[in-house]
Design a protein around this ligand. Structure first.
Ligand code: NAD
Length: 379
């Protein structure tokens, strides 16, 4: 089983799909790992460390892909990479498949078996393969670090000879994986933390982290969770009541971090222009949902926008990638855990069980067709 690991071609992607720790594990599985030279450079892993772990270094993508049975990437392969990938190879990445019909067809036409890690079901067996969680957790942490860096004051209360400095107030909107880590991080950094979410289960989680929960807790709120544990889109009436509550609260905050998402829908608009304008000069908003349309009015993907009243709106993209080394390590472990389920231990070759729940949920293309039910071409 020859495993190719490529250098990401997108300049905005510093992560890498394999780290030396997982190279060793793949070799232990009977794999021959070929890493494209420079693949780990932006994540702080030089070629020599891959070699020391048992990988071969290829001078080009073409060389790495030659004879590959399995291709590991962070992002979906582009046309050039697909052109060099052997027919029948299995390609695993964070494919970002929604609204990408042409790219999915290109993968099918290239004859590769493509798998999308972010479609992994959130069941106990697959927790170790959950890239959404591994990356969102880091994004939540980094959002607080980024917010603190843009904020011109300190976070903890300090009693100094020159007088007392008050603790910063940080409000986290959306308490999924990223939001929970943001709460924990902001608390560790000494801020006074409040948080909100539309799922009632989050109230207890927020309080257990030592933060205060802020939300309109009406009948709609009490049933606002799907059986899969995700948020539902709330009624216009609820959103209005929530906005009123949030409006008064936001005006008193120093840093606001928004992480609210609804699967398959644009990000809910939670912070209006008026709310941004109500904040004190020097306050900071960090919008982690900016790539999905944004929670904050005026947020721009990839930019830090300063609005009229001196409030900054931070719109970094690929926030987990801002911790490229840690994000790569966790992603690589997620990938390894999945690949391990695709390999026959005796023959040390790929033996994909096509009726396995994890395979069915993540497999996009096979035998020249787009096979995933969510991405069938519209009649
Ligand atoms: P997500 O990234 O889809 O959304 C982030 C948060 O935004 C969610 O908590 C959501 O409720 C919230 N939100 C949506 N609309 C909002 C609004 N209008 N106002 C305020 N908040 C709003 O969520 P996620 O981080 O992927 O987590 C979703 C759920 O999945 C959680 O219950 C999490 O614990 C669960 N989960 C389960 C597993 C597992 O079992 N393996 C793994 C990870 C997460």
């Amino acid at each position: 089983m020859r495993i190719a690991v490529l250098t990401e071609t997108d300049p905005a992607e510093p992560r890498v799909a394999t780290v030396p720790e997982t190279v060793k594990k793949f070799v232990g599985l009977g794999g021959e790992v070929v890493v494209q030279s420079g693949a780990g450079q932006k994540a702080g892993v030089p070629d020599a460390e891959y070699e020391a772990a048992g990988a071969k270094i290829a001078s080009s993508a073409e060389e790495a892909l030659s004879g590959a049975d399995l291709v590991l990437k962070v992002r979906r392969p582009n046309a050039e990479e697909l052109g060099k990938t052997p027919k029948g190879a299995t390609v695993i990445a964070i494919m970002d498949p929604y609204g990408r019909e042409d790219e999915l067809k290109a993968m099918a036409d290239a004859g590769v078996n493509a798998f999308s890690m972010e479609l992994m079901p959130r069941i106990t067996r697959a927790q170790v393969m959950d890239v959404l969680s591994s990356q969102a957790n880091l994004a939540g942490y980094r959002a607080v670090v980024d917010g603190a860096a843009e904020y011109g004051r300190s976070l903890p209360m300090m009693m100094t000879a020159a007088g007392t400095v008050p603790a910063a107030r940080i409000f986290i909107m959306g308490v999924g994986v990223a939001g929970l880590q943001a709460i924990a991080t902001a608390r560790r950094m000494g801020a006074v933390v409040t948080a909100t979410d539309v799922r009632p289960a989050t109230k207890e989680q927020v309080e257990s982290l030592g933060a205060k929960f802020v939300a309109v807790e009406d009948e709609e709120f009490k049933s606002a969770e799907t059986s899969g544990g995700y948020a539902k889109e709330m009624s216009a009436e609820y959103q209005k009541k929530q906005a009123e509550l949030v409006k008064g609260h936001i005006a008193k905050q120093d840093i606001v971090i928004t992480t609210a998402l609804i699967p398959g829908r644009p990000a809910p608009k939670l912070v209006s222009e008026e709310m941004v304008a109500s904040m004190k000069p020097g306050s900071v908003l960090v919008d982690l949902a900016v790539e999905r349309g944004g929670n904050v009015a005026g947020a721009k993907a990839g930019e830090i926008v300063t609005v009229g009243n001196g409030v900054k709106i931070v719109g970094h993209t690929n926030v987990a990638g801002r911790l490229a080394a840690t994000a790569s390590s966790l992603y690589a472990r997620n990938l390894y855990a999945f690949v391990e389920t695709l390999v026959d231990k005796e023959s040390k070759a790929l033996a994909i069980k096509w009726d396995d729940e994890l395979v069915k949920a993540t497999n996009l293309t096979r035998d020249g067709q787009v096979v995933h039910p969510n991405f069938q071409p519209k009649a």
